[in-house]
Ligand binder design. Structure first.
Ligand code: FCB
Length: 445
């Protein structure tokens, strides 16, 4: 039995510019921090980069046709800031805007509602050279960029996400250094989170001024499980939960930070910041992949917590535990805790990496992805029955793509991509998702 969602529920797919577009030097695009990071030896598992990726910049027509074949009603993509402002400041590069204009028109012609992310991690290198997200001035630059894009596209883009996963940018990009810009600053990375949240708020204001009517977010949330019921593990899990989840959702929904973190942020928070961050949201986007288990670290360690493997569950080929129940429970808790402050939820990313490739008949039998998506959609359907208002599901990802520090070694797509020939082969999960969409109840009247 296919998962059944309420009438009007939006099925979509999700991608990001640097992961699929390629064409990094075309039509005036400037370098981004990911171009720089990939060029540093040892940063990317297979030594690759997004230089060509899925060549989506030249093949977007074919890729939108794949979405039409699925029958999806929505598509979440990101706009590459260095295509719009090659150095991150100054006038718009018209050729860059034109690309997204064509993409949006092509989506609309296919009956697909566009959801655009402004920042999915590809900061113009020119801004990084001046301190990047550690520099409060980057927020002003981001507001300018949001205004440029909004003025050009707000008449046709249905939904907007200013910043993708500010927690990942903070922790992996600046805390641990496994993502661009590769800074390992541990707790000194926290100002980045505050600046990204302010950037979210300022961009939301600029987009609304430009006529945007649906503005949300795409925050990565993971249920945090303490490793045991010992006080120190529970305390470590609570602190990590505040850093991974709490500061972003409470920042955006309530305009304040969890108590545990306030002392760590006092020196960067200025009067009025909370109000700037807390903008009215038309939807709250959740990117969900898996729960995390946290224990207290030994006193000598650099960090007060340790992330342990969640054991006892199947895993994806990335090693991520598959726990759809944790999504259901987290959504129910989220609603119970924030009730009136919480707008409708959209699952802006959910998906899994499995390395299935075409067999001798050209068939990609990725039953494990079908099982994953089926279980997660059913978890969402149950959460809706329990009163959580969830309006859509954007599967990560439409096509296999450049998975950041893992390069091309992790395949998340409903469609297989041969990165030599750029051939696209819909997997079994693509057919399954198409059938799920076709089986949904229709709107009445
Ligand atoms: C998310 C990112 C997305 C993709 C998935 C697997 O954290 O937003 O770009 O890499 O993970």
């Amino acid at each position: 039995m296919h998962p059944l969602l309420p009438p009007g529920f939006v099925f979509g797919t999700s991608t990001a510019a640097y992961q699929i577009e390629g064409a990094v030097s075309e039509d005036g695009r400037g370098p981004s921090i990911w171009d720089t990071f990939c060029a540093e030896p040892g940063r990317i598992a297979d030594g690759s980069s997004g230089e060509v990726a899925c060549d989506h910049y030249h093949r977007f027509d074919e890729d939108v046709a794949l979405m039409e074949g699925l029958g999806t009603q929505g598509y979440r993509f990101s706009i590459s800031w260095p295509r719009i402002q090659p150095t991150g400041r100054g006038p718009a590069n018209v050729a860059g805007l034109d690309f997204y204009d064509r993409l949006v028109d092509r989506l609309l012609a296919g009956g697909i509602s566009p959801m655009a992310t402004l920042y999915h991690w590809d900061l113009p290198q020119g801004l990084q050279d001046d301190g990047g997200w550690l520099n409060r001035d980057t927020i002003e630059r981001f507001a300018d960029y949001a205004a440029i894009v909004g003025e050009r596209l707000a008449d046709r883009v249905a939904h907007w996400v200013p910043v993708n996963e500010p927690n990942v940018v903070t922790l992996l990009g600046h805390g641990l250094g496994t993502h661009a810009p590769g800074r390992a600053m541990i707790f000194d990375a926290l100002p980045v989170a505050h600046h990204l949240l302010l950037a979210h708020g300022r961009a939301a204001i600029a987009l609304r001024e430009a006529g945007a009517t649906s503005i949300g977010c795409a925050n990565n949330h993971a249920p945090i499980w303490p490793a045991s019921d010992k006080d120190e593990d529970i305390g470590a899990a609570k602190l990590f939960d505040a850093i991974w989840n709490g500061m972003f959702l409470e920042g955006m929904l309530l305009g304040r930070y969890p108590n545990d973190l306030r002392p760590l942020l006092e020196h960067v928070v200025q009067p009025g910041d909370g109000a700037t961050i807390r903008q009215p949201l038309d939807f709250y986007g959740v990117n969900y992949y898996n729960p995390m288990k946290v224990a207290a670290a030994p006193e000598t360690a650099e960090l007060p917590f340790e992330i342990l493997d969640v054991i006892g569950y199947p895993t994806t080929d990335f090693g991520w535990p598959i726990v759809p129940d944790a999504l259901r429970e987290w959504l129910i808790m989220f609603r119970a805790r924030y009730r009136a402050a919480l707008p409708p939820i959209v699952i802006t990313e959910s998906g899994c990496s499995f390395d299935d490739v075409p067999d001798e008949h050209g068939v990609v039998d990725d039953q494990r992805r079908i099982d994953y998506l089926d279980a997660h959609l059913k978890a969402i359907a149950t959460a809706i029955q329990r009163g959580v208002d969830i309006r859509g599901y954007y599967c990560w990802s439409l096509i296999d793509n450049f998975e950041w520090a893992e390069g091309y070694t992790q395949r998340f797509g409903l469609v297989h991509v041969d990165f030599e020939s750029q051939a696209r082969t819909p997997k079994k999960s693509y057919e399954w998702y198409r059938d799920v969409i076709a089986a949904q109840p229709q709107h009445e009247g």
